[in-house]
Write a protein that binds this ligand. Structure first.
Ligand code: KG4
Length: 339
Protein backbone atom coordinates (compact mmCIF):
# COMPACT_ATOMS: atom_id res chain seq x y z
CA UNK A 1 0.00 0.00 0.00
CA UNK A 2 1.40 3.40 -1.02
CA UNK A 3 0.55 6.29 1.35
CA UNK A 4 1.22 10.00 0.78
CA UNK A 5 1.79 11.78 4.11
CA UNK A 6 1.15 15.51 4.48
CA UNK A 7 2.07 17.67 7.51
CA UNK A 8 1.35 21.42 7.71
CA UNK A 9 0.23 22.04 11.29
CA UNK A 10 2.73 24.79 12.13
CA UNK A 11 5.84 26.13 10.42
CA UNK A 12 7.03 23.09 8.48
CA UNK A 13 5.62 21.75 5.22
CA UNK A 14 6.41 18.04 5.27
CA UNK A 15 5.45 15.41 2.70
CA UNK A 16 6.46 11.75 2.36
CA UNK A 17 5.75 8.60 0.41
CA UNK A 18 5.50 5.50 2.59
CA UNK A 19 5.18 1.98 1.23
CA UNK A 20 3.79 -0.50 3.77
CA UNK A 21 6.08 -3.23 2.36
CA UNK A 22 9.20 -1.25 1.44
CA UNK A 23 9.13 1.53 4.08
CA UNK A 24 9.89 5.19 3.45
CA UNK A 25 10.43 5.80 -0.30
CA UNK A 26 10.90 9.58 -0.29
CA UNK A 27 10.34 12.59 1.90
CA UNK A 28 10.76 16.35 1.64
CA UNK A 29 10.51 19.17 4.13
CA UNK A 30 10.46 22.93 3.92
CA UNK A 31 11.00 24.77 7.17
CA UNK A 32 9.80 28.35 7.61
CA UNK A 33 12.17 29.06 10.51
CA UNK A 34 14.09 31.79 8.62
CA UNK A 35 10.85 33.50 7.61
CA UNK A 36 9.51 33.74 11.18
CA UNK A 37 12.84 34.43 12.93
CA UNK A 38 12.60 38.25 12.69
CA UNK A 39 9.22 38.16 14.46
CA UNK A 40 10.49 36.02 17.38
CA UNK A 41 7.83 33.35 16.77
CA UNK A 42 5.51 31.83 14.17
CA UNK A 43 3.19 34.32 12.40
CA UNK A 44 0.11 32.20 11.52
CA UNK A 45 -0.94 34.09 8.36
CA UNK A 46 2.59 33.98 6.92
CA UNK A 47 2.76 30.26 7.78
CA UNK A 48 -0.46 29.48 5.87
CA UNK A 49 0.63 31.45 2.81
CA UNK A 50 3.99 29.72 2.71
CA UNK A 51 2.39 26.25 3.01
CA UNK A 52 0.24 27.14 -0.02
CA UNK A 53 3.34 28.09 -2.02
CA UNK A 54 5.35 24.99 -1.06
CA UNK A 55 3.05 22.02 -0.74
CA UNK A 56 2.31 21.04 -4.37
CA UNK A 57 5.96 21.41 -5.60
CA UNK A 58 7.10 19.33 -2.61
CA UNK A 59 4.60 16.55 -3.43
CA UNK A 60 5.69 16.62 -7.09
CA UNK A 61 9.32 16.42 -5.96
CA UNK A 62 8.87 13.25 -3.87
CA UNK A 63 6.77 11.60 -6.58
CA UNK A 64 9.60 12.18 -9.02
CA UNK A 65 12.23 11.09 -6.50
CA UNK A 66 10.39 7.80 -5.81
CA UNK A 67 9.56 7.39 -9.54
CA UNK A 68 5.88 7.07 -8.68
CA UNK A 69 2.77 8.39 -10.34
CA UNK A 70 -0.11 9.88 -8.31
CA UNK A 71 -2.40 7.19 -9.75
CA UNK A 72 -0.36 4.60 -7.83
CA UNK A 73 -1.34 6.12 -4.45
CA UNK A 74 -3.60 3.99 -2.25
CA UNK A 75 -4.29 6.59 0.46
CA UNK A 76 -3.47 10.10 1.66
CA UNK A 77 -2.58 10.84 5.29
CA UNK A 78 -2.85 14.36 6.66
CA UNK A 79 -2.37 16.11 9.99
CA UNK A 80 -5.88 17.13 11.01
CA UNK A 81 -4.80 18.79 14.28
CA UNK A 82 -3.82 20.16 16.67
CA UNK A 83 -2.13 23.19 15.19
CA UNK A 84 -2.69 26.55 13.50
CA UNK A 85 -6.13 26.55 11.83
CA UNK A 86 -5.00 28.23 8.60
CA UNK A 87 -1.92 26.05 8.28
CA UNK A 88 -3.94 22.87 8.89
CA UNK A 89 -6.48 23.95 6.26
CA UNK A 90 -3.77 24.03 3.57
CA UNK A 91 -2.66 20.44 4.16
CA UNK A 92 -6.17 19.05 4.59
CA UNK A 93 -7.49 20.86 1.48
CA UNK A 94 -4.70 19.45 -0.65
CA UNK A 95 -5.04 15.96 0.86
CA UNK A 96 -8.82 15.83 0.34
CA UNK A 97 -8.52 17.23 -3.18
CA UNK A 98 -6.08 14.44 -4.09
CA UNK A 99 -8.24 11.87 -2.29
CA UNK A 100 -11.41 13.00 -4.13
CA UNK A 101 -9.68 13.13 -7.52
CA UNK A 102 -8.14 9.68 -7.17
CA UNK A 103 -11.06 8.20 -5.21
CA UNK A 104 -8.80 6.94 -2.44
CA UNK A 105 -9.24 7.24 1.36
CA UNK A 106 -7.92 10.25 3.28
CA UNK A 107 -6.90 9.55 6.86
CA UNK A 108 -6.81 12.46 9.34
CA UNK A 109 -4.00 12.02 11.87
CA UNK A 110 -3.37 13.63 15.27
CA UNK A 111 -0.02 15.43 15.08
CA UNK A 112 1.15 13.95 18.40
CA UNK A 113 0.16 10.46 17.32
CA UNK A 114 2.51 11.00 14.38
CA UNK A 115 5.36 11.83 16.78
CA UNK A 116 4.41 8.95 19.04
CA UNK A 117 4.46 6.42 16.21
CA UNK A 118 7.51 7.92 14.44
CA UNK A 119 9.89 5.27 15.91
CA UNK A 120 8.00 2.80 13.66
CA UNK A 121 10.11 4.36 10.89
CA UNK A 122 13.32 3.03 12.42
CA UNK A 123 14.87 -0.21 11.12
CA UNK A 124 14.14 -1.95 14.45
CA UNK A 125 10.68 -0.65 15.40
CA UNK A 126 8.96 -1.09 18.80
CA UNK A 127 5.78 -3.09 19.34
CA UNK A 128 2.73 -2.29 21.51
CA UNK A 129 2.25 -1.79 24.43
CA UNK A 130 4.65 0.95 25.47
CA UNK A 131 5.13 4.17 27.40
CA UNK A 132 5.59 7.16 25.08
CA UNK A 133 7.52 10.27 26.00
CA UNK A 134 6.68 13.20 23.71
CA UNK A 135 9.19 16.02 24.00
CA UNK A 136 8.80 18.84 21.51
CA UNK A 137 8.52 22.60 21.14
CA UNK A 138 4.88 22.55 22.23
CA UNK A 139 4.53 19.39 24.31
CA UNK A 140 5.98 17.37 27.16
CA UNK A 141 3.83 14.32 27.84
CA UNK A 142 4.07 10.79 29.13
CA UNK A 143 1.44 8.51 27.61
CA UNK A 144 0.57 4.88 28.20
CA UNK A 145 -0.01 3.27 24.80
CA UNK A 146 -1.81 -0.07 25.02
CA UNK A 147 -2.40 -0.26 21.25
CA UNK A 148 -3.17 1.89 18.24
CA UNK A 149 -5.53 4.66 19.38
CA UNK A 150 -5.43 3.50 23.02
CA UNK A 151 -3.66 6.43 24.61
CA UNK A 152 -3.83 7.30 28.31
CA UNK A 153 -2.14 10.47 29.56
CA UNK A 154 0.12 9.68 32.52
CA UNK A 155 1.61 13.12 33.05
CA UNK A 156 2.43 16.35 31.25
CA UNK A 157 4.03 19.72 31.71
CA UNK A 158 2.19 22.06 34.04
CA UNK A 159 3.61 25.11 32.26
CA UNK A 160 6.26 25.38 29.49
CA UNK A 161 7.16 22.57 27.09
CA UNK A 162 10.71 21.23 27.27
CA UNK A 163 11.54 22.48 23.74
CA UNK A 164 10.41 25.95 24.76
CA UNK A 165 12.86 25.82 27.71
CA UNK A 166 15.66 24.79 25.30
CA UNK A 167 14.72 27.66 22.97
CA UNK A 168 14.56 30.26 25.77
CA UNK A 169 17.91 29.07 27.15
CA UNK A 170 19.41 29.46 23.69
CA UNK A 171 17.91 32.94 23.38
CA UNK A 172 19.41 33.96 26.76
CA UNK A 173 22.78 32.80 25.42
CA UNK A 174 22.40 34.80 22.20
CA UNK A 175 21.51 31.91 19.87
CA UNK A 176 18.75 32.15 17.25
CA UNK A 177 15.39 30.31 17.37
CA UNK A 178 14.97 27.32 17.54
CA UNK A 179 17.98 26.95 19.83
CA UNK A 180 17.67 23.31 20.97
CA UNK A 181 20.45 22.06 18.68
CA UNK A 182 22.73 25.00 19.68
CA UNK A 183 22.25 24.36 23.43
CA UNK A 184 22.90 20.63 22.85
CA UNK A 185 26.10 21.41 20.94
CA UNK A 186 27.39 23.87 23.59
CA UNK A 187 26.55 21.40 26.39
CA UNK A 188 28.96 18.88 24.86
CA UNK A 189 31.86 21.24 25.67
CA UNK A 190 30.60 22.26 29.12
CA UNK A 191 31.89 21.11 32.49
CA UNK A 192 29.27 19.49 34.78
CA UNK A 193 28.22 21.28 37.99
CA UNK A 194 30.06 24.56 37.29
CA UNK A 195 26.60 26.20 37.40
CA UNK A 196 23.63 25.18 39.59
CA UNK A 197 20.12 24.87 38.20
CA UNK A 198 17.01 23.29 39.80
CA UNK A 199 15.56 19.86 38.84
CA UNK A 200 11.85 20.79 38.82
CA UNK A 201 9.35 18.23 40.21
CA UNK A 202 12.11 15.61 40.43
CA UNK A 203 10.69 14.18 43.67
CA UNK A 204 7.02 15.04 43.14
CA UNK A 205 5.89 11.38 43.06
CA UNK A 206 3.74 12.11 40.00
CA UNK A 207 4.54 12.02 36.30
CA UNK A 208 4.11 15.73 35.62
CA UNK A 209 6.81 18.16 34.51
CA UNK A 210 7.49 21.86 34.95
CA UNK A 211 10.07 23.86 33.00
CA UNK A 212 9.10 27.45 33.60
CA UNK A 213 11.09 27.77 36.86
CA UNK A 214 14.12 26.22 35.20
CA UNK A 215 13.84 28.72 32.35
CA UNK A 216 13.67 31.61 34.86
CA UNK A 217 16.68 30.19 36.74
CA UNK A 218 18.65 30.19 33.47
CA UNK A 219 17.70 33.81 32.80
CA UNK A 220 18.56 34.89 36.35
CA UNK A 221 21.95 33.15 36.13
CA UNK A 222 22.66 35.01 32.89
CA UNK A 223 21.51 38.36 34.35
CA UNK A 224 23.83 37.92 37.36
CA UNK A 225 26.91 37.88 35.11
CA UNK A 226 28.83 41.13 35.33
CA UNK A 227 31.12 40.41 32.34
CA UNK A 228 30.11 39.68 28.73
CA UNK A 229 29.20 35.97 28.50
CA UNK A 230 32.28 33.86 27.73
CA UNK A 231 32.08 30.75 25.53
CA UNK A 232 33.14 28.73 28.58
CA UNK A 233 30.22 30.09 30.64
CA UNK A 234 27.75 29.43 27.78
CA UNK A 235 29.00 25.85 27.50
CA UNK A 236 28.85 25.25 31.27
CA UNK A 237 25.35 26.73 31.60
CA UNK A 238 24.14 24.65 28.63
CA UNK A 239 25.68 21.55 30.18
CA UNK A 240 23.90 22.16 33.49
CA UNK A 241 20.61 22.85 31.68
CA UNK A 242 20.83 19.62 29.66
CA UNK A 243 21.89 17.70 32.80
CA UNK A 244 18.87 19.10 34.70
CA UNK A 245 16.26 18.23 32.05
CA UNK A 246 17.87 14.83 31.40
CA UNK A 247 17.77 13.93 35.11
CA UNK A 248 14.08 14.85 35.32
CA UNK A 249 13.17 12.96 32.13
CA UNK A 250 15.04 9.83 33.27
CA UNK A 251 13.35 9.74 36.71
CA UNK A 252 9.86 10.34 35.27
CA UNK A 253 10.27 7.75 32.49
CA UNK A 254 11.59 5.09 34.86
CA UNK A 255 8.67 5.81 37.24
CA UNK A 256 6.19 5.61 34.35
CA UNK A 257 7.61 2.24 33.24
CA UNK A 258 7.50 0.90 36.78
CA UNK A 259 3.98 2.19 37.41
CA UNK A 260 2.58 0.69 34.17
CA UNK A 261 4.75 -2.43 34.44
CA UNK A 262 5.73 -1.91 30.79
CA UNK A 263 9.18 -2.68 29.37
CA UNK A 264 9.24 -0.43 26.31
CA UNK A 265 9.81 3.33 26.16
CA UNK A 266 9.18 5.16 22.90
CA UNK A 267 10.49 8.72 22.62
CA UNK A 268 9.39 11.22 19.98
CA UNK A 269 9.34 14.97 19.20
CA UNK A 270 12.05 17.44 18.27
CA UNK A 271 13.90 17.26 21.60
CA UNK A 272 14.35 13.48 21.15
CA UNK A 273 17.15 14.39 18.71
CA UNK A 274 19.27 15.36 21.74
CA UNK A 275 22.13 12.84 22.05
CA UNK A 276 22.63 13.24 25.81
CA UNK A 277 18.93 12.66 26.53
CA UNK A 278 18.94 9.65 24.17
CA UNK A 279 21.89 7.92 25.77
CA UNK A 280 20.70 8.64 29.35
CA UNK A 281 17.27 7.13 28.59
CA UNK A 282 18.84 4.09 26.87
CA UNK A 283 21.07 3.49 29.93
CA UNK A 284 18.27 4.02 32.47
CA UNK A 285 15.93 1.64 30.61
CA UNK A 286 18.64 -1.01 30.35
CA UNK A 287 19.18 -0.82 34.13
CA UNK A 288 15.55 -1.81 34.80
CA UNK A 289 15.35 -4.43 32.03
CA UNK A 290 13.44 -2.15 29.64
CA UNK A 291 14.32 -0.76 26.21
CA UNK A 292 14.12 2.73 24.69
CA UNK A 293 13.23 3.41 21.04
CA UNK A 294 13.70 6.63 19.08
CA UNK A 295 12.80 7.86 15.59
CA UNK A 296 15.65 8.22 13.08
CA UNK A 297 17.41 11.52 14.00
CA UNK A 298 16.29 13.29 10.80
CA UNK A 299 12.63 12.47 11.56
CA UNK A 300 12.45 13.78 15.15
CA UNK A 301 10.96 17.18 14.30
CA UNK A 302 7.75 17.68 12.30
CA UNK A 303 7.66 15.69 9.05
CA UNK A 304 5.29 13.99 6.62
CA UNK A 305 6.75 10.50 7.12
CA UNK A 306 5.42 10.16 10.69
CA UNK A 307 1.94 11.13 9.47
CA UNK A 308 2.10 8.56 6.65
CA UNK A 309 3.32 5.77 8.96
CA UNK A 310 0.57 6.54 11.52
CA UNK A 311 -2.06 6.42 8.77
CA UNK A 312 -0.63 3.15 7.44
CA UNK A 313 -1.12 1.65 10.91
CA UNK A 314 -4.74 2.89 10.96
CA UNK A 315 -5.36 1.67 7.41
CA UNK A 316 -4.56 -1.85 8.54
CA UNK A 317 -7.63 -1.45 10.76
CA UNK A 318 -9.64 -0.33 7.72
CA UNK A 319 -9.17 -3.77 6.25
CA UNK A 320 -10.57 -5.10 9.51
CA UNK A 321 -13.55 -2.72 9.15
CA UNK A 322 -12.65 -0.69 12.24
CA UNK A 323 -11.47 2.63 10.84
CA UNK A 324 -13.98 5.49 10.92
CA UNK A 325 -13.02 7.98 8.18
CA UNK A 326 -14.70 11.22 9.21
CA UNK A 327 -14.32 13.39 6.11
CA UNK A 328 -12.88 16.88 5.67
CA UNK A 329 -12.28 18.59 8.98
CA UNK A 330 -9.55 20.28 10.99
CA UNK A 331 -9.14 20.15 14.76
CA UNK A 332 -6.85 23.04 15.85
CA UNK A 333 -7.41 21.93 19.49
CA UNK A 334 -7.45 18.17 19.97
CA UNK A 335 -6.49 16.05 22.99
CA UNK A 336 -4.66 12.86 22.10
CA UNK A 337 -5.90 10.77 25.02
CA UNK A 338 -9.55 11.53 24.12
CA UNK A 339 -9.59 11.66 20.29
O1 KG4 B 1 8.72 18.40 17.35
P1 KG4 B 1 9.12 19.77 17.00
O2 KG4 B 1 9.44 20.06 15.57
O3 KG4 B 1 8.08 20.86 17.48
C1 KG4 B 1 6.78 20.76 17.72
O4 KG4 B 1 6.03 20.13 16.97
O5 KG4 B 1 6.45 21.38 18.76
O6 KG4 B 1 10.34 20.18 17.93
C2 KG4 B 1 10.92 21.44 17.89
C3 KG4 B 1 11.69 21.61 19.18
C4 KG4 B 1 12.34 22.98 19.31
O7 KG4 B 1 12.05 23.50 20.58
C5 KG4 B 1 13.83 22.67 19.14
O8 KG4 B 1 14.66 23.59 19.81
C6 KG4 B 1 13.92 21.29 19.72
O9 KG4 B 1 12.75 20.64 19.26
N1 KG4 B 1 15.11 20.55 19.28
C7 KG4 B 1 16.07 20.12 20.13
C8 KG4 B 1 17.06 19.47 19.34
N2 KG4 B 1 16.66 19.53 18.04
C9 KG4 B 1 15.47 20.19 18.04
N3 KG4 B 1 16.17 20.21 21.45
C10 KG4 B 1 17.26 19.67 22.04
N4 KG4 B 1 18.24 19.06 21.36
C11 KG4 B 1 18.20 18.93 20.02
N5 KG4 B 1 19.18 18.32 19.37
Amino acid sequence: MLVLGVESSCDETGVALYDTDKGLLAEALHTQIDMHRDYGGVVPELASRDHIRRIIPLIDRIMLQAKKNKNELDAVAVTEGPGLAGALLVGTSVAYAIGEALEIPVVGIHHLEGHLLSPLLSPDPPTFPFVALLISGGNTQLIEVQGLGKYKLLGETLDDAIGEAFDKTAQALGKPYPGGPAVSAMAEFGTPKKVNLPRPLLHSHDLDFSFSGLKTAVMNTVKQQTQPLSEEFKNDLSREFVDAVTEVLVVKCVNALKRTKLKTLVVGGGVSANKQIRSALIRACRKIGARAYFPPSNLCTDNGAMIAVAAAAHLRELTEGKLDLQGFQIKPRWTLSAP
